[in-house]
Design a protein around this ligand. Structure first.
Ligand SMILES: Nc1nc2c(ncn2[C@@H]2O[C@H](COP(=O)(O)OP(=O)(O)O)[C@@H](O)[C@H]2O)c(=O)[nH]1
Ligand SMILES: [Mg+2]
Length: 613
C-alpha cells in the first residue's frame, strides 16, 4: 500500500492538439518507464486504432510513474468537444489537473470546458503554456487570456494561485520562467508534487469505497473495473459488494488486484485510499458503480456527465446488398452491441424506438457517433444511420434546441466569407478580435444543427488555413428552418454495376460519388446534383454495340475521379430522407424509400402539407 502522502493523481486537460498526449510521452520517458534503447510509438497513450489514424485522443486513459518517491498517476484526456464525457469521467479519478494551453492559439472552447469542470470540482490546477517553440507563440498574452478565463469562470483566490510553466512538450522541456529555457520536465514533476494535493484521507476503519470509473477487458481474467479507492482497503480474494444504480447490491469477490506502472498493469497485494487500481472478478460491474463491503455497504455519488445533444437512428441494414460483407446484421446483434456501448461509454445513451430494427443513439456530436459506427463496422457490423439531429427540449412550453459556441481562427481575408456562410446556418457573431499574424478570431453562437457539415465547408473556404472548434453552450428557442443541403441527389434507378459509358454522361449533371464497376441498387445515391430533390439515372447502361463499335467502345470516355464520401462526410451530407449504409467494406448513401414511386408520393405529400402550412 502506498502511503497517501506519496500519491499524486493528476489529469492532463486541454483543447484538442495542444500537446497533452505528447507531454505524457515525455513524462513516461523521463520517469524511466522505457529502456533507453526501447522503440516507443509517438503519442503512445493513443493506443486505440482510430486514435492513431485520426491523430486525436478519443478515450481517457490512465498510467502512472514514480518520481522522487512519489507515485504520480496520470490521466490523459481527449481534447475534442465530442469526447467531453471522457474528460468528466477522467476528472473523477484525480485531485488536480495540468491545464495545457498552446502558446500561439491560446485558450479555446475546450480549454474553457475542461477548466470549468476542474474548477467546479474544486481541483487544483497547474498551468502549462506549451509549444513556446512555435514561431507565432505569444506566451505572455496567452497567460493574460488564461487568467481572464479563470476569473470569468469564477475561480476563487486559492484556485487563482496556480503555478505557471512554459513548455516544449515535443522536446520534453519545461521551465518556470520564459527567460530560462527548460532542459527537462523536472520543474513539471516538482510542480505536481508541490501543488497537486495528496488524495484526501479516510478515517481508519472506514468501509471500502472504490468508484468504478472505467472498464477494460483481459482475455485471461475477463472484465476489469478501473477506479479510485476513496476509503478502506482492497486486496485479492476479498469478498466485496457492487453498489449499482438504483441501490441494488451484488456480492462478488476480488479475483485479481492491479496497479498501474507505465503502460503496464502490475499485480498488487493490497491498495488503500487515493490509489487508482484495476480489479478483476466482478463481471457485472459498470461505470459509476461503487465497490464496497457486503456488510457495511456505502455507495459513492455516481459519475454524472453533461447531457448528450445529438442523435442518430441506427437501423438494421435492409438494403438490397445487405448481409454480403458483415458478420453481424440482425437487430439482435445491433441491440446487444449498442447497449454494450452505452454500458461502457458514459456519454452515450441508447433508446428503443417503435421499430424492433431501429435504435436512437444519443451522443455529444457527429464525430463521437461516427467513431462508434466506424468501430462497429470494423468489428463486422452492418447498419444504416440517419442524419444527425439535435436533441431538443421543451422549456416553459417552448421548443428549445442545443446551441454551440463556435470559435474560428481565420486569415483576415476570410472573415467576410465565414460570417456570410454562417448566416443561413443561424450563426450570430458574438465576438471578433485580431490575434496577430494576419489572423482574426471570431466567436459565433450557432444552433448545433446549424453546424452539421460546416467543418468541411469551413476548411474549403479558408483553404485549410482556418481552425475551428465548438463547444455545447446551452439551449435557445427553436430557430426554425435551416437548410441542411441546397443540392439534390443523383439516384440510381436500378440494381446493377456501373459502367463508364453511363457515368460519362451522368457526370455532366453533377458530382459522382462512385466510379465504374461499382455495385449499385435502385434508390442508392451515387452523386450530387445541383437541383433538389433528386435526379434518377441509369448508371448501368452500356453503349449500344454494333460490330463497328465493339472494338473501341470506351476509348472516348473520360471520367472525373469520383468524390470519396467518407463515413463522416456522408453523415454530414445526407438529408433527412436519406441514410448512410455502413458495412465492413463499404459506405453507401441511399434514399430511405428505395422505391421511386414511393418517394414521389412522399415528396408530393410533403409539398401538400407545406402548402397547407
Ligand atoms: N511545436 C510544437 N508542437 C508540439 C509540441 N507538443 C506537441 N506538439 C505537436 O502538437 C500536435 C498535437 O499533439 P497531441 O499530443 O496529440 O495533442 P493533444 O490532442 O492535446 O493530445 C502533434 O503534432 C505534436 O507533435 C510543442 O511543444 N511544440
Ligand atoms: Mg491527445
Amino acid at each position: 500500500m502506498i502511503p497517501r502522502q506519496q500519491i499524486r493523481n493528476v489529469a492532463i486537460v486541454a483543447h484538442v492538439d495542444h500537446g497533452k498526449t505528447t507531454l505524457v510521452d515525455f513524462m513516461l520517458r523521463q520517469a524511466g518507464v522505457f529502456r533507453s534503447n526501447e522503440a516507443v510509438a509517438e503519442r503512445v497513450m493513443d493506443s486505440f486504432d482510430l486514435e492513431r489514424e485520426k491523430g486525436i485522443t478519443i478515450l481517457a486513459k490512465n498510467t502512472a510513474v514514480t518520481y522522487g518517491g512519489y507515485q504520480i498517476a496520470i490521466v490523459d484526456t481527449p481534447g475534442h468537444a465530442d469526447f467531453g464525457g471522457e474528460v468528466e469521467r477522467g476528472l473523477r479519478l484525480v485531485d488536480g489537473v495540468l491545464l495545457l494551453v498552446d502558446a500561439a492559439e491560446g485558450p479555446l472552447p475546450q480549454t474553457r470546458f475542461v477548466l470549468s469542470k476542474a474548477l467546479s470540482m474544486g481541483l487544483a490546477t497547474v498551468l502549462v503554456i506549451n509549444k513556446i517553440d512555435r514561431q507565432d507563440a505569444r506566451p505572455r498574452v496567452v497567460l493574460d487570456e488564461v487568467y481572464s478565463l479563470y476569473i470569468d469562470l469564477g475561480a476563487d483566490e486559492r484556485q487563482l494561485e496556480f503555478p505557471v510553466l512554459y513548455a516544449v512538450a515535443r522536446a520534453g522541456q519545461a521551465s518556470r520562467s520564459l527567460e530560462e529555457p527548460g532542459t527537462d520536465l523536472r520543474p513539471l514533476f516538482e510542480a505536481i508534487v508541490e501543488h497537486i494535493p495528496p488524495p484526501p484521507g479516510a478515517a481508519e476503519g472506514e468501509p471500502l469505497q472504490m468508484l468504478v470509473d472505467n472498464l477494460d477487458y483481459d482475455d485471461y481474467v475477463g472484465r476489469l473495473a478501473i477506479g479510485r479507492i476513496h476509503a478502506g482497503r482492497l486486496c485479492p480474494s476479498m469478498p466485496v459488494a457492487v453498489a449499482r444504480e438504483g441501490g441494488e447490491l451484488i456480492p462478488g469477490k476480488v479475483l485479481k488486484l492491479y496497479g498501474f506502472s507505465g503502460l503496464k498493469r502490475v499485480e498488487l497485494n493490497d491498495a488503500g485510499p487515493g490509489e487508482i487500481v484495476c480489479l478483476a472478478g466482478l463481471d457485472t460491474v459498470s461505470i459509476g458503480d461503487t465497490v464496497t463491503l457486503p456488510d457495511s455497504p456505502r455507495a459513492l455519488p455516481r459519475i454524472r456527465v453533461d447531457e448528450p445533444t445529438m442523435m442518430m437512428v441506427f437501423r438494421v441494414n435492409d438494403g438490397p446488398l445487405s448481409g454480403r460483407e458483415g458478420k453481424y446484421v440482425t437487430s439482435r446483434n445491433l441491440r446487444e452491441r449498442l447497449f454494450k456501448e452505452a454500458y461502457r461509454n458514459v456519454s452515450i445513451r441508447v433508446e428503443e424506438t417503435d421499430s424492433p430494427d431501429a435504435f436512437r443513439v444519443v451522443g455529444r456530436g457527429e464525430l463521437q457517433l461516427a467513431v462508434i459506427i466506424e468501430t462497429m463496422r470494423r468489428e463486422g457490423y452492418e447498419l444504416t444511420a440517419s442524419n444527425p439531429e439535435p436533441v431538443t427540449r421543451e422549456i416553459d412550453g417552448k421548443l428549445h434546441e442545443p446551441m454551440e459556441l463556435l470559435v474560428c481562427d481565420v486569415p483576415d481575408a476570410a472573415v467576410g466569407l465565414v460570417t456570410e456562410r454562417l448566416g443561413p446556418r443561424k450563426g450570430r457573431m458574438v465576438h471578433m478580435a485580431a490575434i496577430g499574424s494576419g489572423r482574426t478570431r471570431l466567436h459565433f453562437r450557432v444552433p448545433s444543427r446549424g453546424l452539421i457539415g460546416f467543418r468541411n465547408e469551413f476548411l474549403t473556404i479558408t483553404r485549410g488555413e482556418g481552425i475551428t472548434s465548438a463547444q455545447f453552450d446551452g439551449y435557445e428557442p427553436w430557430f426554425g428552418h435551416i437548410p441542411k443541403r441546397t443540392s439534390g441527389a443523383i439516384v440510381s434507378d436500378r440494381l446493377g454495376e456501373t459502367v463508364p459509358y453511363a457515368l460519362f454522361s451522368i457526370q455532366e449533371r453533377g458530382i459522382l460519388f462512385v466510379g465504374p464497376g461499382v455495385q449499385v441498387y435502385a434508390g442508392m445515391v451515387i452523386g450530387e446534383h445541383a437541383h433538389p430533390p433528386e435526379l434518377n439515372v441509369n448508371a448501368c447502361r452500356g453503349r449500344k454495340l454494333t460490330n463497328i463499335r465493339a472494338a473501341n467502345r470506351d476509348e472516348n470516355v473520360i471520367l472525373t475521379p469520383p468524390t470519396e464520401m467518407t463515413l463522416e462526410r456522408s453523415l454530414e451530407w445526407i438529408a433527412p430522407d436519406e441514410l448512410v449504409e455502413v458495412t465492413p467494406r463499404s459506405v453507401r448513401l441511399r434514399k430511405k424509400l428505395l422505391d421511386y414511386t414511393a418517394r414521389y408520393r412522399a415528396e408530393r405529400e410533403r409539398k401538400r402539407e407545406a402548402e397547407e402550412g
